[in-house]
Design a binder for this molecule. Structure first.
Ligand code: ATR
Length: 275
C-alpha cells in the first residue's frame, strides 16, 4: 500500500488523489503502473483532506505544480464547487445533473469532469453485460444517484432501494424520473444487482435473500476490499456470480489518465496493479 500524506505535507507530485480516509487507496499503485508502461517519470501521491479543507488542499497542490487530481469520497461535491469557482466543468452529465460530483480535476486549466459514470458503463461488457437489462440499484448516495441518471438516460429499466426510502422519492421527484422503489432489497427478477451502499466496506449484511434471484443474475459491488465484500460473499454462497469495484476503479482511473495526458491508458497493467 502506498504512503499517504496530510495535504499540508503533500510532496511534489505530478498527480494525486484526495480523499478521507485515503490510506486504503490503490490509485497510486494503479497510476504508477500506467506511468511505468509509458516510461513516464511521473509520481502520484495519496493526499488526505476532507470537504472543508478541499479548497486549501487543491490550491496547495496547484502551488506545488501538481498537474491533476482524482477526487474521492467524501469530496466530489466540494471538488465540483472548486471547479465552478475557479474554472469550468466539462462533460454532459455534469451539465445535466446539478448535484453530480467531480472526480477528476486538471489543476493547470482548473477544469473538472466525472469519469465515474462512463467508467462504470465501460465495465459492463467486461462482466458479460452487453445490453440494457433489468437492474436493481441498492443505496441512494451520490454514486447511486449519478448511476441512476446515466442508466436511465441510456434506456435501462432500473428499480431502486435504499434503507432510507425518502432519499429516492425526493430524488425521483426532483428529476421527474420514474423508477420502481422497492421496500426490500429483493433480487427476484433482476439480471443485475448493484450495491452502492457503504456496507461493501463496513461488512454489514443487507440481508438479501439470494435464493429468490433468477439464474444468471450478476451481483456487482461498487466497493472492493482485500477479499470478498459481505454482499459478494452472500451472493456467492448462493451460487450467484459476484464482481467487485476493481474494474470500475481501473476504468475511471484510465479515463482520468487519458483526459490528462491524451495517450491510451494501459488498462491491463492498471488492473494487475490493483489485484
Ligand atoms: P456515496 O459515497 O455514494 O455518496 P453515501 O452518501 O456515503 O454514498 O451513502 C451511503 C449509502 O449506503 C446510503 O444509501 C446509505 O443508506 P441511508 O441513505 O439509509 O443512510 C447506505 N448504507 C450505509 N450503511 C447501511 C446499512 N447498514 N444498511 C443499508 N444501507 C446502508
Amino acid at each position: 500500500m502506498a504512503r499517504s500524506f496530510h495535504w499540508r505535507e503533500a510532496p511534489d507530485c505530478t498527480f494525486a488523489v484526495i480523499g478521507e480516509p485515503i490510506e486504503h487507496s490503490r490509485s497510486p499503485q494503479m497510476h504508477q503502473a500506467a506511468y511505468n508502461r509509458h516510461g513516464l517519470n511521473y509520481s502520484y501521491a495519496a493526499i488526505q483532506a476532507g470537504p472543508s479543507e478541499l479548497d486549501d488542499a487543491l490550491n496547495h497542490l496547484v502551488e506545488l505544480g501538481c498537474r491533476g487530481a482524482n477526487i474521492t469520497v467524501p469530496n466530489k461535491l466540494a471538488a465540483r464547487n472548486w471547479v465552478q469557482q475557479n474554472g469550468s466543468l466539462t462533460g454532459k452529465e455534469l451539465g445535466a445533473f446539478p448535484r453530480a460530483g467531480v472526480n477528476t480535476v486538471n489543476l493547470k486549466t482548473k477544469q473538472g469532469i466525472s469519469t465515474d459514470e462512463p467508467g462504470f458503463m465501460a465495465t459492463l461488457p467486461q462482466i458479460g453485460i452487453c445490453a440494457p437489462c433489468r437492474t436493481l440499484l441498492l443505496g441512494a448516495g451520490g454514486a447511486a444517484q449519478a448511476l441512476l441518471l446515466e442508466l436511465k438516460s441510456q434506456g435501462w429499466d432500473v428499480s431502486v432501494w435504499n434503507r432510507t426510502p425518502s432519499k429516492w422519492t425526493d430524488f425521483l421527484d426532483e428529476h421527474s424520473l420514474e423508477s420502481e422503489l422497492l421496500s426490500e432489497p429483493d433480487p427476484e427478477g433482476f439480471d443485475l444487482v448493484i450495491n452502492s451502499t457503504s456496507t461493501g466496506l463496513t461488512g454489514v449484511s443487507l440481508g438479501i435473500d439470494w435464493s429468490k434471484a433468477k439464474s444468471g443474475v450478476v451481483a456487482y459491488d461498487l466497493a472492493y476490499t482485500d477479499g470478498l465484500t459481505q454482499f459478494m460473499q452472500e451472493a456467492e454462497d448462493h451460487g450467484v456470480r459476484a464482481v467487485d469495484g476493481r474494474r470500475m476503479l481501473v476504468e475511471q482511473g484510465a479515463l482520468s489518465f487519458e483526459w490528462w495526458l491524451g495517450i491510451p491508458a494501459p488498462r491491463e497493467d492498471m488492473l494487475a496493479a490493483v489485484k
